[in-house]
Design a protein around this ligand. Structure first.
Ligand code: 59J
Length: 568
């Protein structure tokens, strides 16, 4: 056996060991070179080439009125953000940055320190373009701009309740902005960008996915009618020192909401200190006892069920009437009256007698079909359904008081919907806020004949001797009903708190518009619906008929024709 092989393997081992040592020394030297000698250069190079995926914000769709006028638009703005770790490396620059942003330097520094582990922190959102430009020009490390959108409402306070608003992240919070958020919201895109050491985008590297803008939504609102309604309601609420008020204008044939306003109102462009009181779209969210405005449906139920004939006379003397332990009162003794007088003078006793002459179910059925106690399905956020108890639970006195509008509750929108049935020959369209919105089919509430009969009675209520004569409109026939409703609270009905209401339509010969006005707790001398709500109806209806170019149906020459005299 020779020892040669041993020698060979020793040489081999030493060679390998030597090579390893050499490699090790070279690595150490290279590390020394990179980490110590070329440190600054390399750090700069690395930071200069941040590849990032950033999102491209999508444009939110506009809200347009029925004529295509923009009523909610998104304008591009910039938001200022920081990568705190980077910005904190230039602490001496924080003061000037804070000043440009209108922030307290100490606050800014502590915010950055608290969030030092994050890479993205908003400093100020939605700044004006000139501020954004100046911030960019400062060139503070780790500060970047992000394109975003701010929602702007050209009508301000006038349409705040219907439109609602979005939050700072462009998401609908209230109103149509919330109800149609999905359609309005686009899909953000994404792109890869190269950022420099200061966080500025130096190059778009790749479009991963383009932003898809949201769709525009066309409302049924008519901006001009909306303005008019706003102005008149506000003036009336102020003049009567009222707590609140609502007004709804609806297309009688389609159920389209042409205007909807409330007081108090708010400006969706400036929501600092916004109160719940001012933000509610009361026309949809708040209920009240409809009082006498419900009487036309009581008369309809009586006619439809055959309980009375159209020419029936009811004895309301002596102006008080006992039902069980309860006394029902009219404000005067109207004596023997027909159905038209019942409506025109608003006799509680007349309505009571009708109710006691029919089954509870007959009354309930017309109320129910008219949408009382049911949501309208308008899709408006926070809509109230009102209350109409099942007829199984009605006592005799309940049937009586329900017949003149107490013991049930409605929203102004529901009342407008119900009156649309009277306007539209018995067929009740569902209300809608958006063109082409899918809503339930129109429902038959009563026969066309009954609806036309009731309309003629409602014209008598607006005639000179009717309780609603101040709702009249020059050159148009108006049909409608006043209501003066004592508000109920703890301990029963108040003596001095009222809801003044007017619900009606025009032109009465073939109604196109339905309107409901409610004025909540007018203070002062005047509080009857006929004094407080009817004049608002008249002014807004007159303007709306003109704006919509609806032909008059009560010109002198027409009157002669309908009286059988023929043109002069
Ligand atoms: C009224 C009520 C309250 C509830 C009465 C209003 C009742 C009643 C218990 C006295 C003011 C008033 C269930 S009146 O709306 O009859 O609009 O121009 O609030 O009767 O029994 O000092 N409306 N209003 N009634 N309650 N309970 C009339 C009527 C109506 C008018 C005037 C005068 C009431 C013509 C109301 C109007 O039609």
């Amino acid at each position: 056996m020779s020892d040669a092989p041993d020698k060979v393997s020793a040489i081999r081992r030493n060679t390998v060991l030597g090579l390893f040592c050499l490699a090790f020394v070279m690595l150490v030297a290279r590390a020394f070179d990179l980490q110590i000698l070329k440190q600054d250069f390399l750090r700069g190079e690395g930071d200069a080439r941040h590849l990032r995926v950033v999102s491209i914000p999508a444009h939110r769709g506009m809200l347009l009125d029925r004529h295509g006028e923009p009523v909610a638009v998104s304008t591009p703005v910039e938001s200022v953000w920081a990568n705190p770790g980077e910005t904190l490396q230039a602490p001496e620059r924080i003061a000037e940055l804070a000043q440009e942003l209108g922030l307290d330097p100490r606050d800014l520094r502590s915010r950055l320190t608290e969030r030092a582990s994050r890479e993205f922190v908003y400093l100020r959102r939605h700044v004006n373009p000139d501020v954004a430009q100046r911030v960019q020009a400062l060139g503070v490390p780790g500060i970047g701009l992000q394109r975003e959108f701010r929602r702007y409402y050209p009508m301000g306070e006038v349409a705040g309740h219907v439109l609602g608003f979005t939050n700072i992240d462009d998401q609908g919070q209230e109103g149509v902005e919330l109800a149609f958020n999905d359609r309005l919201t686009g899909q953000p895109g994404a792109k890869r960008v190269l950022r420099d050491r200061l966080g500025r985008v130096i190059r778009d590297v790749e479009n991963i996915r383009p932003a898809r803008p949201g769709k525009d939504v066309t409302l049924t609102l008519d901006q001009r009618v909306q303005y008019l309604a706003y102005r008149e309601l506000k003036a009336a609420v102020q003049a009567h020192g009222a707590r609140a008020g609502s007004l709804v204008v609806m297309d009688a044939r389609t159920g389209e909401i042409l205007a909807m306003v409330n007081q108090p109102a708010f400006n969706p462009n400036n929501r600092a200190g916004l109160s719940v009181e001012a933000s509610r779209n009361r026309a949809v969210t708040d209920v009240f006892e409809p009082g006498s405005t419900i009487k036309p449906f009581t008369v309809a139920a009586a006619l439809e069920s055959g309980a009375v004939r159209p020419d029936a006379l009811l004895d309301t003397a002596p102006g008080q009437f006992r039902v069980g332990r309860h006394t029902i009162r009219d404000i005067r003794n109207y004596g023997r009256i027909d159905l038209t007088t019942l409506i025109a003078k608003s006799s509680n006793i007349g309505a009571t007698k009708l109710a006691l002459d029919m089954e509870s179910e007959a009354l309930w059925s017309v109320f129910h079909r008219a949408g009382l106690g049911r949501g309208t399905g308008s899709g408006f956020p926070g809509e109230a359904a009102g209350l109409l108890r099942d007829f199984f639970y009605w006592r005799q006195v309940d049937r009586a008081t329900l017949a003149f509008g107490y013991g049930l509750s409605v929203t102004p929108l529901q009342l407008a919907q119900a009156y649309a049935a009277l306007a539209n020959d018995g067929l009740m369209p569902a209300p809608r806020f958006v063109a082409g919105q899918r809503v339930r089919d129109p429902e038959r509430v009563m026969s066309a004949e009954t609806a036309q009969r009731i309309r003629r009675m409602l014209e008598a209520a607006v005639a000179p001797e009717g309780s609603g004569n101040r709702a009249a409109v020059e050159a148009y026939r108006v049909a409608g009903k006043t209501g003066t409703v004592r508000k109920s609270g703890a301990g029963g009905y108040a003596e001095d708190r009222y809801m003044s209401v007017f619900a009606g339509m025009a032109p009465a010969s073939a109604p196109r518009l339905v309107m409901v006005v409610t004025i909540d707790e007018p203070t002062g001398e005047a509080y009857y619906g006929g004094q407080v709500a009817a004049p608002v109806f008249s002014r807004v209806m007159q303007g709306a008929l003109r704006l919509l170019d609806i032909a008059p149906d009560d010109l002198p020459e027409l009157r002669r024709v309908s009286a059988g005299e023929g043109p002069a």
